[in-house]
Write a protein that binds this ligand. Structure first.
Ligand SMILES: Nc1ncnc2c1ncn2[C@@H]1O[C@H](COP(=O)(O)OP(=O)(O)OP(=O)(O)O)[C@@H](O)[C@H]1O
Ligand SMILES: [Mg+2]
Length: 426
């Protein structure tokens, strides 16, 4: 075992094999949950458990490839390492070798196509706007149309695959049952995914997660699964981790202070192991014009006096912002390593320097989001940063600010940006 695992991590790494049948490790961001999971896999293999009996389930494909990389470095290969969706796909393929069916990897494309067909009279409006504005009756019609499209084309989307496996007769799943399953980001599993896990009837199950980082409620994730783990999987233990190894102390304090006020939080505070560095900085602009804010952030992020020299990762709440920023970077032929992604994509990852862009009423918290989930998304965003955290905020056109702003300004260093073109800004 890696000598630098802490006693509380070791309790989980070894305890899973030596004491528990199943185990839930519940802990805050950057506390080494994923690290502990991997260490525990290699500990078990060193103890003589068969690699092919070990299944490792991650939340994203990116996380899966990072995991495989980490395992490869330790000369380990497991029976399975990938997302729960790819496991479902593998199982379905094996069960229906001759049958042709297609997998919908990007349902949005089909949503748009169906919307265009159904509401052709609104062809001048971008389909995503129509989709967002559907009333209940039209929404039900639309879902029916999506369902019959899938049937007609023999197509399944990712969640369908999971529920297909969950509904299969147990006797058909023999090759995948009785395994030792490790699963990361358990707080974001959907009820169907839990049903699938139960169907696989693992010999042992090690789940890690953080209730404060549950950000997929909009897609069917259910925190109840997380809280009910010990009932769903009897004969199981539960452990916690308390130290944060990722972020410098001021970022940890900021994240603690932010999430403390949210009712969705458990009461565990992260304890920083790194020293204090600079406070998170909030750049507060006076213009509501998005393009102006993008321009200022791209320019100012690098060119202000004493800007950190570390490359920045820009995190945003919506895909729309990703596209807007990327377009600007392309147009201006900026030579940055600029990487821009949504907070959802950044889950589980860490970066030296994070620019959180778009704390503004139109974007963050998202006007159509669940308020508590928006708090958790914010928590996920700030806890990605190891050393530097910069936040860009601006009012809407009526001068209204994001509800996050007052909380943030109490714990961050404030700086003001004034737009050169928008003189009407307040
Ligand atoms: N005992 C340790 N000593 C030093 N560094 C550690 C230790 N445990 C974990 N780390 C490091 O801390 C960072 C965060 O670990 P990891 O990504 O496993 O946390 P996590 O709890 O999975 O975070 P998240 O909730 O964001 O998924 C990583 O860089 C990891 O290598
Ligand atoms: Mg993790």
């Amino acid at each position: 075992m890696s000598s630098d695992a802490t006693p509380e991590q070791i309790a989980a790494i070894k305890g899973f094999w030596d004491r528990n049948t199943h185990l839930l490790l519940s802990a805050g961001a950057g506390s080494g949950k994923t690290y502990t999971l991997i260490q525990s896999v290699s500990y078990g293999i060193r103890k003589g458990y068969s690699e092919s009996d070990i299944f490792l389930i991650t939340f994203t494909r990116k996380a899966a490839s990072e995991m495989r990389e980490r395992l490869r470095k330790n000369s380990i290969s497991t029976g399975f390492a990938g997302t729960i969706h790819s496991l479902a796909y593998k199982i379905i393929r094996q069960m229906n070798p001759g049958k042709k069916f297609s997998i919908i990897t990007n349902p949005e494309t089909i949503f748009k196509q169906l919307i265009m067909e159904k509401f052709s009279r609104f062809s001048h409006i971008p389909p995503e706007y129509i989709l967002r504005g559907l009333d209940e009756k039209n929404a039900i019609d639309f879902l029916e149309a999506y369902k019959s499209h899938k049937e007609k084309n023999n197509a399944l989307d990712f969640e369908d695959m999971v529920s297909v496996v969950a509904q299969r007769d147990s006797s058909l799943l023999k090759d995948y049952q009785n395994k030792i399953i490790f699963i990361d980001e358990y707080q974001d599993t959907s009820p169907d995914q839990v049903a699938m896990l139960k169907k696989l009837n693992p010999q042992k199950l090690f789940a890690v997660g953080d209730a404060k980082q549950s950000i997929y409620q909009f897609r069917g994730a259910n925190l109840e699964n997380f809280f009910r783990f010990n009932e769903e999987f009897p004969d199981s233990g539960r452990l916690k981790l308390t130290a944060n190894f990722r972020s410098q102390k001021r970022i940890v304090s900021f994240a603690n202070a932010f999430i403390k006020r949210s009712s969705s939080a458990d009461k565990i505070r992260l304890v920083a192991t790194k020293k204090n560095m600079e406070k998170p900085i909030i750049f507060h602009a006076n213009t509501s014009v998005l393009q102006e804010n993008i321009r200022m952030m791209l320019d100012h992020g690098e060119n202000r006096p004493k800007a950190p020299t570390l490359p920045a990762t820009i995190l945003v709440r919506t895909n729309y912002l990703v596209k807007s920023i990327e377009t600007r970077i392309r147009e201006k032929k900026l030579e940055e390593r600029f990487s821009v992604m949504t907070i959802h994509k950044a889950k589980g990852l860490e970066f030296d320097r994070v620019i959180l862009f778009g704390v503004s009423p139109r974007f963050f918290p998202h006007p159509n989001g669940y308020p508590e989930e928006e708090d958790r998304i914010f928590y996920v965003a700030v806890t990605r940063a190891k050393e530097h955290l910069e936040i860009y905020a601006w009012p809407d056109e009526n001068g209204k600010e994001s509800r996050f702003l007052s909380v943030i300004t109490r714990f961050a260093r404030n700086q003001y940006l004034s737009s050169t073109t928008d003189k009407k800004g307040k």
